[in-house]
Design a protein. Structure first.
Length: 252
């Protein structure tokens, strides 16, 4: 199960709830959130693909874009870009964003709103693209992978990371696969916050694929937590209140 599909795709549509959680949460979020009629579904899906391809073509694969989330509601389209370098995407006086909105509106014929948010450097897609960029610069694949793992594990939010590199590594004539693991990466645990990233490095020996799996701490979905709650102290306070009430009754 964990080897046949991405960990995030394996968790779509699944709601999980642990014993210490106050409410259930989705195991993974969709990158496209909308509803359409049956006969309109193919065209809508094609427009989502065109939007993502136009963004990649305009900013390139090295723009540091980790996610592109699309929301549709009342014939309005909201595109959320998560980038590690949002200033480069915005451009001077938001000029590049306005150009992107005009291009997407002409491409799809819909009212499009573009939002930019800063992505974390520990996102799996960002790490995969960083390793692929190092391989294209002819850095040894072991050094590129272990350097990315060390940098990711230095973050307190990362619990584990696994890097898989496949292709003609080091210029070898026979392609092979090597992987490096540090920490815990549970692919079969539903409530684990696991995400995948994939990138390709175009080298002189051919294309080398890079897959990154990152296990991060769970987001704080509970609005009210039991942090700092001491049951023993609460029981003591309850007994004191009962004794005070009894004394008050006896005094009257």
């Amino acid at each position: 199960m964990g080897h046949k599909m991405p960990a995030r795709a394996n968790r779509l549509g699944v709601w999980v709830k642990r014993e210490k959680d106050l409410e259930a949460r989705p195991a993974a979020d969709y990158f496209s959130s909308w509803f359409s009629e049956f006969n309109e579904f193919p065209d809508t899906l094609k427009k989502d693909w065109q939007i993502r391809q136009a963004i990649i073509k305009k900013f390139g694969k090295k723009a540091g874009i980790s996610k592109v989330k699309i929301k549709r509601k009342d014939k309005k389209v909201e595109v959320n870009l998560h980038s590690i370098r949002p200033a480069n995407i915005l451009g001077k006086d938001n000029q590049r964003i306005e150009e992107l909105k005009t291009q997407l509106t002409a491409l799809t014929g819909e009212d499009i709103k573009v939002n930019i948010s800063e992505a974390s450097g520990t996102d799996a897609q960002i790490i995969a693209e960083k390793i692929a960029h190092d391989l294209e610069r002819r850095i040894v694949f072991r050094r590129a992978a272990k350097g990315a793992i060390t940098k990711a594990m230095s973050s307190p939010n990362v619990l584990g990371i696994k890097v898989i590199i496949s292709g003609r590594l080091g210029g070898a004539e026979i392609a092979r696969t090597e992987w490096y693991l540090e920490g815990k990466v549970p692919l079969h645990t539903w409530w684990a916050n696991v995400e995948n990233g994939f990138a390709e490095a175009e080298t002189t020996y051919g294309i080398i694929g890079v897959k990154v799996i990152v296990n991060q701490q769970l987001p704080n979905v509970n609005k009210t937590t039991n942090k700092g709650h001491n049951p023993k102290q609460a029981y003591t306070n309850q007994n004191q209140n009962q004794s005070n009430n009894s004394s008050a009754v006896a005094g009257t």
